[in-house]
Design a protein around this ligand. Sequence first.
Ligand code: NI
Length: 272
Amino acid sequence: MDLQEFFNFCWEEYLKRVPTAKKVFDGLIKLEEAVANDHIALRTFCYPGMTKEDLASYFEKEGMEVRGHYTFEAKKLEAIHLEHKGDPRKPKVFISELKWQELSDESQQLLKPLFEQFESNSKGKTIDELVKEGRPWTLGYEDYLTLKKESEYAGWMAAYGFFPNHFTISLNDLVHFPEMKTFVTWLKEQGVELNSSGGIIKGSPEELLEQVSTLADEGLVSFNDGDYRIPTCYYEFAKRYHDDNGDLYQGFISANADKIFESTDSQGEKES
Ligand code: NI
C-alpha cells in the first residue's frame, strides 16, 4: 500500500468502529466543509519488530520523517511524530509506544504470549501489512481486564493490536469554525460526548495548539472466551497557531496528549 492507500484503508476501518466519527464527519460534509486530517495516531509496544521506530520505517519510505519526540512518564509511554517532507498537506503521524518492561511482573507475564504470537505470525511485517491483517494475537477477556487495570494503554493495545487509534480533524481547514470554542458548541449540539479530563479544550493559543477529543465509542471485540463490549476509539480535533516566526506550529504538547490518551478509558464495560 502507498501512503494514501494506507490512510484510506485506516479511515474505512476506523469508521466501522467509531460511529461518532462518522456522525461528526457527515455533519461537517453537510456544512460543505473540506475535512482534512491534522494527524492520525498509532499505538504499539516497545518490543523488537514493533517498536515505534519499526512502525515509522514504513512512513519514512513513503517520504515522511520524524520531527518530534515526546515522553509521558506516568503512563510509561514514549512517542514520535512524523511529517511528510514534500507535502505539508499530508496528515502527520503520531506513534506512541508502551515501555511494557516497566509494568508489573503480572502484566509482563500476560503480554509475553502476545509477543510470542507476534513473533510467529507477524514479525518483519510493516505497519500497512499489520493494520491490514488485524490483531496478530488472541487473548482472554480476564487478561484484558487485568492489563487495563494497570495500564489502560496496555489493555487497549492488547485488545486492538495495530488498529488506528484515532484520526484528528484540522480545525484550521474548517471555514465555519474559526475558533475551537464555537466548534465545541457545535459538537455538543450534535450530541457528541467530549473528554473533559484536564478541561474540554486542552492547550491554548499561547501554547500554539488547542485539542479536543470525543470519548471513545464502544464496540464488540472478540476474546478467547467470547465477545465483549469495550471502548474502541475516539475522534480528535486540533487547531494550530502561528509562532513568532509566522510558522504554523506542527508539534505536539505533551501535557495535552497526556490527557487525550485518557479518551479510551472505560466508562464501565458491559458483558454482551
Ligand atoms: Ni492525537
